[in-house]
Design a protein around this ligand. Structure first.
Ligand SMILES: Cc1ncc(COP(=O)(O)O)c(C=O)c1O
Length: 386
C-alpha cells in the first residue's frame, strides 16, 4: 500500500490545504460517511423495526468489534458521544462514591475540558482536586512515574491523566502509572482520546479502572463515536449521565439507550474499522509515527528548535515551542491558526501550556514529508514578516 498525497481523495478534504491537524477533530473517509448516511436512511425507512428489533444486536456487534481492536472484552465497553462525555460520566461516578475530603489528583497536561470538569467538581463537592505539575520539556517516562509516586499520599483516591496529551502531544507511561494506582488502591482514569488508531492499545494488559477514547480521531469513525471502558468491579455502580429506559438493566443496556438519538456514528465503527484494517492497520500506525518523527527532526533542524521530549514519547502528533515572540492567550491561538490557514493554506494547531506557545502538527497516511517542508517555509516567511 502506497501512502501519501495520492490517498487524499479518500476523504472530502479540500485538495489545496496541507492538513496537519488530524488530532483536533479527526477526518472521516468518504466510504465511512456514506455508510453512516445510508444507515440513517435505512433507520428512517422503518424506525420502529430498527429501534425495537435491530438496534441492540447491532450495537452489541459494534461494541464487540471495537473491544477486540483495543484489547478489551465486549462487556467492558460502551459507546459514548465523545471523550468529554466519558470524563464527566466517570467524574459523576467518583463524586458519588468518594468520601468527603478525598483527593483527586490530575496531571497538568490533561485536556482543558476535563480539567474544567474537575474544577467544577471541586467547587460543588467536598472533594479535594489537586494538580500534579509536570514540566515540559520532559526527559523520560521514568521521570513522570517518579513524580506521580512522590505526589500520591494516603488521601489520594483517584488519578486523572492522558494517554496522549493534547497541547504537549506526549505519550504518557500509563502502564507504570496504572500499576502504581492499582498497588495503592487509587482509581485510575485514563483519557485516551487520541490513542485508538494512533497507538497499539491493549486495555486488558494495562488494567486501568476507567479508560475512554475517541474513535472519531485516529480510527476514522464519524464524529460522535467514542467509548468508555470500565473495569468489571465498577460496572454495576456506574451510570450514564442520562438516566433512561434501561436503568438498572445492566451497564451495557443502560449506556446503549440514553433516549432517542441518531446511532449512525456508533454503528459506523464497523465500517471505520474495515477502512482502517483494509488500509494497513499496523502499517498505518507505523507510517504515521515514522513520518511524525521525520517531520519533527526536519522542523527542529531547520528552525533551530530543541526537541522538548524523547522520540519514544511521540506518536503521530508532536508539539514544539513556537519559535517567535507572541502574545499568550486564546485569541492569539485563534489568530495564529487562521493566519497560517489563510496565508499559507496550512492547517496546524497552536496552544499554550505553562506560559509558552506551542504548535502541534500531525501525520497521517495522506501526508508526505513535503507537507512539513511547506510548514518550515511558512514559518520562515512568518518569522521574516515580524
Ligand atoms: C486528550 C484529550 N481529551 C479529550 C479531548 C476531547 O475530545 P472530545 O471533544 O471528542 O470530547 C481531546 C480533544 O482533542 C483531547 O485531546
Amino acid at each position: 500500500m502506497v501512502y501519501g498525497h495520492s490517498l487524499k481523495n479518500l476523504w472530502y478534504l479540500s485538495p489545496d490545504v496541507t492538513f496537519l491537524n488530524h488530532g483536533s477533530f479527526g477526518l472521516t473517509p468518504k466510504s465511512v460517511l456514506e455508510y453512516s448516511h445510508a444507515l440513517e436512511k435505512k433507520i428512517d425507512s422503518q424506525p420502529l423495526d430498527f429501534f425495537l428489533e435491530e438496534y441492540f444486536p447491532l450495537i452489541n456487534k459494534a461494541a464487540a468489534e471495537l473491544a477486540s481492536f483495543i484489547g478489551a472484552e465486549q462487556e467492558s465497553l460502551v459507546f459514548v458521544e465523545n471523550a468529554c462525555t466519558a470524563a464527566n460520566t466517570v467524574i459523576n461516578y467518583l463524586s458519588s462514591v468518594l468520601a468527603p475530603q478525598s483527593e483527586i489528583l490530575y496531571i497538568n497536561h490533561i485536556y482543558l475540558a476535563v480539567n474544567n470538569a474537575l474544577k467544577h467538581l471541586g467547587k460543588h463537592s467536598n472533594l479535594v482536586i489537586k494538580e500534579l505539575p509536570i514540566a515540559f520539556p520532559i526527559e523520560s517516562d521514568e521521570q513522570i512515574i517518579e513524580l506521580v509516586r512522590q505526589a500520591i499520599n494516603s488521601n489520594t483516591k483517584a488519578l486523572f491523566l492522558d494517554h496522549v496529551s493534547s497541547a504537549t502531544a506526549l505519550i504518557f507511561p500509563i502502564e507504570g502509572i496504572v500499576k502504581l494506582c492499582n498497588e495503592n488502591g487509587i482509581f485510575s482514569v485514563i483519557d485516551g482520546a487520541h490513542a485508538p488508531g494512533m497507538l497499539d492499545l491493549n486495555i486488558s494488559d494495562i488494567k486501568p479502572d476507567f479508560y475512554f477514547g475517541n474513535a472519531h480521531k485516529w480510527l476514522f469513525a464519524p464524529k460522535g463515536c467514542a467509548f468508555l471502558y470500565v473495569a468489571q468491579k465498577f460496572r454495576d455502580e456506574i451510570h450514564p449521565l442520562v438516566i433512561s429506559n434501561f436503568y438498572e438493566n445492566g451497564y451495557n443496556a443502560e449506556f446503549a439507550w440514553i433516549g432517542t438519538r441518531q446511532p449512525s456514528s456508533w454503528l459506523s465503527i464497523v465500517e471505520a474499522l474495515k477502512f482502517y484494517k483494509t488500509n494497513g492497520d499496523r502499517n498505518i500506525r507505523d507510517y504515521n509515527r515514522n513520518l511524525c518523527l521525520r517531520a519533527r527532526n526536519l522542523i527542529c533542524d531547520e528552525l533551530h528548535i530543541d526537541k522538548p521530549s524523547p522520540d519514544a514519547m511521540i506518536g503521530s502528533i508532536a508539539s514544539l515551542p513556537f519559535p517567535y515572540q507572541c502574545i499568550l492567550d486564546s485569541n492569539e491561538v485563534y489568530h495564529l491558526r487562521k493566519y497560517f490557514r489563510e496565508n499559507f493554506k496550512i492547517e496546524i494547531m497552536f496552544s499554550y501550556f505553562d506560559n509558552k506557545m506551542y504548535f502541534r502538527f500531525s501525520s497521517n497516511i495522506y501526508n508526505e514529508i513535503t507537507d512539513y517542508e511547506r510548514l518550515v517555509a511558512a514559518f520562515t516567511k512568518y518569522g521574516e514578516s515580524k
